[in-house]
Write a protein that binds this ligand. Structure first.
Ligand code: B12
Ligand code: SF4
Length: 435
């Protein structure tokens, strides 16, 4: 009998986070689950998991940082005789490792494999692997959000229009997951979905919204009447297209998350991201984007081969001077599936399978940088995070935003997001994964 499935979104460790966003994988699986199966979601980031609550299957999302915690959760269910299914980036990129801890996995996107798996589970013939080869049909992407009702998520709803990215940055695992190419859902489906949302701030979870210009122009025109405020991830190259920026701002875009990564051209070359500073200097690009009333959430990576201890201060000052809405300063994470991981492994510079190591903790550098010691990298990254997220910096940036005429509702969101970011940074640093 298959009557009830418990979906789990594991945290990185076992304590709670503030301001978590709803996990779209659960809404994607829910949209493809037959009506007679009851789904229950437990999000480990915001609530505890009642392992003794009866369930016929447990289905766990696994990304690299939460892998250890996910395996422990899987162990709890298996101890109670419940079969465990897994999916997500880590399960896809490290399937053999994942299968040591669960009964069955779906690799790649699950919209087409999940119904097949459920049918097999009903008939007690669960296979070990269900493999999605290549992209699914984009019209199959749908999200059913009832599972999120009553849960304490932040004020932002996640929506996805497309999947995949045409770029191939060395440190990123998006290409290994999706392969080449991209897909986009029919615009009418997304518009209908967004129109039905209660929250009016939307985060488009697309890897890079700016890859299909003509589609995006139509998309922006269609979502404009919905009067939402929205956030997305784009590449800095968007600054070369003022017409598109105008349409984005006009349809409610108010924050863009941009991977600035590094100010060092040799690093960007190694990252296969030289296009990041091509044609327009980064300062000019930031000025252009800001001139449309769009705020910037910048992300920076440290520890690439041409970084030195002097690389940090410039990045913090740049983000502060330009009143970035938010910024993330991270040590380079060699993620499984990325070309960077392979390169460091080949050069013997990596703590292999760092995400499983008992001595790994959040913020620790898991490889040997060339321009500084791993200890200096760890210390400098944390200092950069603290400096940018100090109350003084938050107030200075708020002052800068007010001077440019930012309305009160956006200022309130600025304080909320910076408060959450600051608390998460302090909370996560030094935490052992999984426990
Ligand atoms: C939005 C986003 C965020 C949001 C969080 C959103 C949220 N809801 O909580 C924010 C900005 C907070 C964030 C944070 C981080 N993120 Co992030 N994020 C994304 C992004 C862009 C979209 C995620 C999404 O909603 N996808 C849409 C859903 C539908 O896709 P999906 O989750 O893959 O699920 C599908 C399949 O994988 C499968 N599936 C997934 N789970 C399961 C489970 C089961 C049982 C089954 C059967 C199937 C299944 O079915 C789904 C439908 O096909 C992804 C990139 C991407 N393309 O997914 C990166 C990504 C997931 N993030 C990544 C990383 C590294 C991080 C951070 C660690 C970054 C950092 N330096 O701190 C943090 C912390 C992550 C954590 N564990 O806490 C990496 C993970 C790589 C990896 N190997 O694990 C990704 C892939 C980006 C990348 N460039 O590599 N992230
Ligand atoms: S880092 Fe961003 S731009 Fe680069 S390949 Fe990954 S998703 Fe695409």
């Amino acid at each position: 009998m298959l009557r009830k499935i418990t979906l789990i979104k594991p945290n990185i460790y076992s304590s709670r986070s503030k301001g978590a966003l709803p996990p779209l994988f659960a809404a994607a699986l829910a949209a493809h689950t037959p009506e007679d199966i009851h789904l229950k979601l437990y999000d480990d980031r915001i609530e505890s998991i009642p392992f003794d609550e009866p369930t016929d299957l447990a289905a766990i999302h696994i990304d690299t940082f939460s892998a250890l915690r996910a395996y422990r959760i899987a162990g709890e269910y298996r101890k109670r005789g419940v079969k465990v299914i897994a999916g997500g980036f880590h399960a896809t990129l490290c399937p053999d490792e994942t299968l040591q801890h669960v009964d069955s996995i779906i690799t790649g996107d699950a919209e087409e494999q999940w119904p097949a798996l459920l049918e097999d589970a009903r008939h007690n013939r669960l296979k070990t692997r269900y493999e999605q080869k290549g992209f699914i049909k984009p019209e199959r992407i749908r999200f059913k959000r009832d599972l999120f009702l009553g849960k304490k998520y932040g004020p932002v709803e996640m929506v996805q229009w497309g999947r995949g990215c045409t770029y191939d940055c060395e440190f990123c695992s998006v290409k290994s997951f999706y392969g080449n190419g991209q897909i986009w859902r029919p615009i009418e489906d997304v518009v209908e979905e967004v129109a039905g949302l209660k929250k009016k701030i939307v985060f488009f979870a697309d890897d890079n919204l700016f890859h299909n210009r003509s589609g995006l122009v139509r998309f922006l025109k269609e979502i404009k009447p919905l009067r939402i405020k929205w956030v997305c991830q784009v590449s800095v190259t968007i600054a070369q297209d003022p017409e598109l920026l105008g349409l984005m701002a006009d349809s409610g875009c108010f924050i863009v998350l941009i991977g600035i990564e590094s100010f060092n051209a040799s690093n960007l070359k190694l990252m296969n991201k030289s296009w990041n500073i091509s044609r327009l200097g980064i300062q000019e690009a930031v000025n252009i984007i800001r001139s449309f009333g769009i705020f910037i959430f910048g992300t920076f990576i440290f520890g690439y081969d041409h970084d030195t201890p002097d690389s940090f201060q410039y990045a913090v000052e740049f983000a502060s001077r330009n009143n970035f809405f938010l910024a993330n300063f991270n040590p380079l994470y060699p993620l499984p599936g990325s070309r960077l991981y392979q390169r460091y492994k080949k050069d013997n510079r990596l703590l292999d399978n760092w995400w499983l190591r008992e001595d790994y903790y959040y913020g620790k550098s898991m490889f040997e940088p060339l321009g500084m010691s791993s200890g200096v990298l760890e210390k400098k990254v944390y200092e950069a995070k603290l400096q940018f997220n100090s109350w003084k910096s938050i107030l200075n940036r708020a002052g800068g935003l007010m001077k440019s005429g930012v309305p009160l509702e956006k200022l309130a969101l600025f304080f909320y997001s910076n408060y959450i970011n600051r608390s998460e940074i302090i909370h996560k640093q030094g935490k052992t994964l999984g426990v």
